[in-house]
Write a protein that binds this ligand. Structure first.
Ligand SMILES: N[C@@H](CCSC[C@H]1O[C@@H](n2cnc3c(=O)[nH]cnc32)[C@H](O)[C@@H]1O)C(=O)O
Ligand SMILES: [Zn+2]
Length: 433
């Protein structure tokens, strides 16, 4: 299938910089075949008129729990551990496979409509998120969240499920898998070592929550006499490609470990603020040369999965916290929300920027919108004024999945109805309109 994005403004990488240029983008099959020059023999089955439009590399949500979208706004204004174990856990204990599937569908609709073309997901009920990803055309990196102590049955069952889910999805190259030890307060050191060994043996990356809250730091210090980062490192989690979510309460020496072991850190500013966990030292981590990427976490601790919202927070809060307006520029933020995420997920050759040979994972924004007018500095607009509603068309793996803001691959109305039915069944519909 040949798609031509004709005379379109596009965010294109130039060395370590990004520029906006008008060009033609030629898509053949799943990949970008050419930018600017028509490849010989190219046949356009579809021509997208690029007038008044901006093509960007799809945003990459590097940390979320997609199924939790049905728990949006059900557990607000709680301390972290009360939130996780007091409110969320009881809901998850009664969650069915179908609940996971419809939650993942809702999350994918929200992410696609706000320009995300790839997400990194930690979930519980296997085969449901992968089912939603296969149907929707989305790209995703999936891990079955792992909790365990030593060689206990709970941990072994989850590991088996992780492999079962990976093996069942071999037919879809939009899906890749990691191992997801949940956190140092739900995986003891012996189980962490087991998971690290499994990841090494199976050439899989690691996706883990680390140093999110003060209570976590305190628990791990008391139990092991070290920081969560030191504990993860001591138990081998960083001996394979690893993504650490949050890293809010971290020290200089923690950052040195992260840098030394080339660990990517996914910062989730909205979730950290909403759960009262503070502000990750992102500027300091960038200073150290740590690969920082961006995530929303789940919809029960944000409560949106809109990466433009997250990008705006990222490029604003640290300016305020450090009283330094130059902190994390719009351009730097955009790279954190795209190519840095691809790097963290081991997909840097596949996605994260508009380059020939990469997958055609593209969001097309309508520039005749208030937030992107005047179109004088669109890279600033993407971080400081865009809100996701400008996203009109999304192409993932060379296929149009969103057109005129309608998802072509899922039945939106069905998803909205199913999710509302879930919260009624669970008695979560407080109806505090
Ligand atoms: N609880 C699962 C294993 C982990 S799945 C991923 C877990 O991460 C939880 N989660 C969601 N957001 C956060 C967060 O910000 N920090 C820590 N955990 C979170 C989520 O509620 C879910 O329990 C089981 O027993 O099989
Ligand atoms: Zn999380």
């Amino acid at each position: 299938m040949g798609i031509l994005l004709k005379n379109i403004l596009a965010v294109l990488p130039e060395g370590n910089d990004d520029v906006v240029k008008e060009t033609d983008i030629y898509i053949e099959g799943s990949r970008i075949a050419a930018i600017g020059m028509k490849p010989s023999g190219f046949v356009a089955d579809r021509v997208v008129d690029g007038k008044d439009r901006l093509a960007i590399p799809g945003l990459i949500n590097c940390h979320t729990h997609s199924y939790m979208s049905f728990m949006r706004n059900v557990a607000d204004d709680l301390s972290f551990m009360d939130w996780l174990f007091g409110s969320i856990d009881p809901i998850e204990q009664q969650m069915t496979d179908e609940d996971t599937y419809w939650g993942a569908c809702l999350a994918i609709i929200e992410m696609m409509k706000s320009g995300t073309t790839c997400f990194n997901d930690m979930q519980m009920n296997i085969h449901q998120t992968t089912r939603a990803v296969k149907e929707s055309g989305m790209r995703a990196v999936i891990c079955r969240g792992l909790v365990g102590s030593g060689n206990d049955e709970a941990g072994q069952i989850r590991l088996k499920q992780a492999y079962e889910e990976r093996d069942a999805a071999k037919d879809c190259d939009r899906l890749t898998f990691m191992l997801g030890p949940h956190a140092p307060y739900t995986c003891d050191d012996a189980y962490m070592r087991i998971v690290a060994g499994e990841a090494k043996k199976n050439h899989m990356g690691i996706h883990v929550h680390l140093s999110e809250s003060e209570s976590e730091i305190q628990q791990i210090k008391e139990k092991y006499g070290m920081s969560p980062i030191e504990m993860a490192d001591r138990n081998g989690l960083f001996d394979v490609p690893a993504i650490a979510a949050h890293c809010v309460q971290i020290t200089e020496s923690d950052m040195d470990i992260l840098k030394k072991k080339d660990v990517s850190v996914v910062t989730n500013p909205a979730s950290n603020m909403k759960l009262g966990n503070g502000f990750a030292p992102v500027p300091a981590m960038l200073e150290k040369g740590i690969n920082v990427c961006l995530g929303t976490d789940g919809a029960a601790s944000n409560n949106s999965l809109n990466m433009f919202h997250e990008l705006s927070l990222l490029t604003l809060i640290h300016k305020g916290v450090k009283k330094t307006p130059q902190c994390i520029s719009a351009k730097e933020g955009f790279r954190i929300a795209t190519i840095n995420g691809a790097r963290a997920l081991g997909l840097e050759q596949e996605t994260g920027s508009l380059e020939v040979g990469k997958k055609a994972d593209i969001a097309i924004l309508n520039l005749n919108t208030p937030s992107l007018t005047p179109r004088n500095n669109l890279l600033a607009g993407l971080s400081y004024s865009a809100n996701g509603s400008e996203v009109e068309t999304v192409i993932i793996d060379g296929k149009i999945t969103l057109e005129n803001r309608k998802v072509l691959t899922l039945n939106e109305d069905m998803v909205y109805k199913k999710v509302n039915d879930i919260i009624v069944r669970m008695g979560l519909d407080k109806k505090e309109y």
